[in-house]
Design a protein around this ligand. Structure first.
Ligand SMILES: [Cu+2]
Length: 150
């Protein structure tokens, strides 16, 4: 009987030790909670990066508006100059484009283009301030003007 009691006590001791080992194992996940806090800091860093990307978009738009001031377009469409009256700064270049299937030209105030076929362009740079009236010599009722200001 003593041997059975000793074996019983030994088995109880093994179970007790095993229980302590399991409790010790269950305590290990607890330290994992502080690990989640550094992850939140990384998230705020990513948001700051997205804000920097949105700032770069307006810079490209500024470049586009700067390029538009170099050449100003006038359309020749349906026997009209569009716009009929145009204000530019001295030194700027105006580009006329004929969108009609018939010939047109741009003549007057020192401006003299060739006959422009459909899709052809004519450019003139206004070096002096003043009002430049011009017409189409083929259709003299077509009138336009460019006002160059210093
Ligand atoms: Cu014409």
């Amino acid at each position: 009987m003593r041997k059975e009691i000793i074996i019983f006590l030994v088995m109880l001791g093994i179970l007790f030790v095993a229980g302590c080992a399991e409790n010790g194992g269950s305590e290990e996940p607890a330290p994992s909670t502080p690990v989640e806090e550094p992850v939140k800091e990384v998230d705020t860093g990513e948001v700051a990066g997205e804000e920097e990307e949105t700032v770069t978009v307006p810079e490209s738009e500024q470049n586009e508006t700067g390029a538009k001031t170099e050449i100003v377009d006038v359309e020749i469409r349906d026997y009209k100059y569009i716009p009929e009256s145009l204000n530019v700064n001295v030194g700027q270049t105006v580009r006329w484009t004929n969108y009609d299937s018939v010939l047109h030209d741009v003549v007057g105030s020192g401006i003299e283009s060739e006959y422009l076929r459909q899709g052809e362009t004519f450019t003139y740079t206004f070096e002096q301030e003043g009002t430049y009236d011009y017409i189409c010599t083929i259709h003299p009722w077509m009138e336009g003007e460019v006002i160059a200001e210093a």
